[in-house]
Design a protein around this ligand. Structure first.
Ligand SMILES: NC(=O)c1ccc[n+]([C@@H]2O[C@H](COP(=O)([O-])OP(=O)(O)OC[C@H]3O[C@@H](n4cnc5c(N)ncnc54)[C@H](O)[C@@H]3O)[C@@H](O)[C@H]2O)c1
Length: 245
């Protein structure tokens, strides 16, 4: 018996990193999971390796792509009880010479992508009498970061979106929360400069980065009953002490 037995979950960004670890934990806890990711090959491989029910291609920044991916996920699952929005990008760029397309790409994927996925999920969750939405923000959305103003702004937006949507839909038993991890060893941060990584490491009270499997249990908690039943509009922080709100 797992604590997510019978739950049907859709995880964006589930092909890699934190999303992949969440898929693995959800399957281990008895959930049926669909991975939605723009890296189709990696998503299919992850689905096979982790025992997910299906992988669907999506670009979360594209309205039509989200619509059709969500419909394919519903075909596979019957209904989405839990939506996890983990798809995201981060690319270093100082504000003073940041190209507008870098700003827009980050906002489109990290913030608008979360909005589009939430908008796709909410009506059916309301009709079904409940659901859970878990948005992966970042501690940088709380504290800011050098060379990541676009990313920090998008992630702060995810926290505000999470609170606002929680207020809109909690009376329908749709519980919306965010997780704001600290630095976690994944391909997302592998591309950051050594200088950036060293500066980040120096800031962290725990003295080490997290691993994806150390973030996933927070997503299990938020999806679970009774453990997650009283969380709404919260931002939980498995962050190695990087932010202490
Ligand atoms: N790694 C960290 O240090 C860290 C810290 C805080 C928050 N986060 C957040 O956690 C989430 C997961 O990041 P990660 O570190 O696991 O990164 P990752 O690169 O390992 O995984 C991100 C996944 O998102 C997918 N993706 C990217 N753009 C997409 C799009 N437009 N449509 C669909 N899928 C898309 C990628 O293909 C990839 O599979 C992100 O939202 C990230 O901002 C990461």
């Amino acid at each position: 018996m797992g604590i997510l037995d019978g739950r049907r979950a859709l995880v964006t960004g589930g092909a890699s990193g934190i999303g992949r670890a969440i898929v693995e934990s959800y399957v281990a806890e008895g959930a049926t999971v669909v991975i939605a990711d723009r890296n189709e090959m990696q998503a299919e491989r992850a689905a096979g390796e982790l025992g997910a029910a299906a992988a669907v291609w999506v670009d979360v920044a594209d309205e039509e792509s989200v619509r059709s991916a969500y419909a394919r996920a519903v075909d596979a699952l019957g209904q989405v009880d839990v939506l996890v929005n983990s798809a995201g990008i981060a690319e270093e760029s100082e504000l003073s010479d940041m190209p507008l397309e870098v700003w827009r790409r980050t906002i489109d994927i990290d913030l608008t992508g979360t909005f589009l996925m939430c908008r796709a999920a909410v009506p059916a969750m309301v009709s079904a009498g409940g659901g859970r939405i878990i948005n992966i923000s970042s501690q940088l959305g709380i504290k800011g970061a050098v060379a990541l103003s676009h990313y920090a702004a998008a992630k702060a937006g995810v926290i505000a979106l999470t609170k606002s949507l929680a207020l809109e839909v909690s009376r329908h038993n749709v519980l919306v929360n965010a997780i704001a991890p600290g630095p976690v060893t994944t391909p997302l941060v592998a591309g950051m400069t050594e200088e950036w990584k060293a500066a980040k490491m120096a800031e962290i009270p725990l003295g080490r980065w997290g691993r994806p499997e150390e973030v996933a249990p927070t997503a299990v908690l938020l999806a679970s009953d009774p453990g997650g039943n009283l969380y709404l509009g919260q931002t939980l922080g498995p962050n190695s002490g990087d932010v202490m709100p």
